[in-house]
Design a protein around this ligand. Sequence first.
Ligand code: HEC
Length: 135
Amino acid sequence: MTPSDSLPTEPIVKTTARILCAALLAGALGEAAGQAHQPPKVTADTYVWEQTENPYSGDAEAIAEGQRLYRSTCYICHGDTGARGPNLRKSKLKGQAFMKIVIQGRKGTQMPAWKGKLTESEMWKIYSFIEAPLP
Ligand code: HEC
């Protein structure tokens, strides 16, 4: 069996697209009907921040990974307690509101959009690190 035998990429792509469409539709309908959000479900690179809560809250491994990511991507501007950008530990932005800024950036400021550079999972891990109590 060659590797291509075990990798039916085309159907997987189609299935993923169908699941995504269904998820988006369900989200829109749920929103319209004023229903409660579904439990958090993060799939790579979907950026559905409107529908998710932090899936890594209190997860030590995710927090450690978030710290590493924060160091390499955010620290240069946000430092440990703020620098060019504000101290994120003191930010009033929680959960989805935080994710929205990280995904889209803030126009007219130096805060860049991270969509396409970090996955949604990585962003939530950074958030977990920021939310975690300092050692
Ligand atoms: C090039 C510098 C730069 C980098 C890199 C950067 N930021 Fe920012 N960020 C800023 C600045 C400047 C602001 C303040 C924008 C404003 O004036 O509203 C900001 C604002 C924010 C805010 C809004 C805070 C609030 O309470 O209003 C969040 C959240 C944020 N950054 C998260 C991140 C994360 C997470 C990373 C790493 C993935 C990151 N930033 C990387 C410069 C940066």
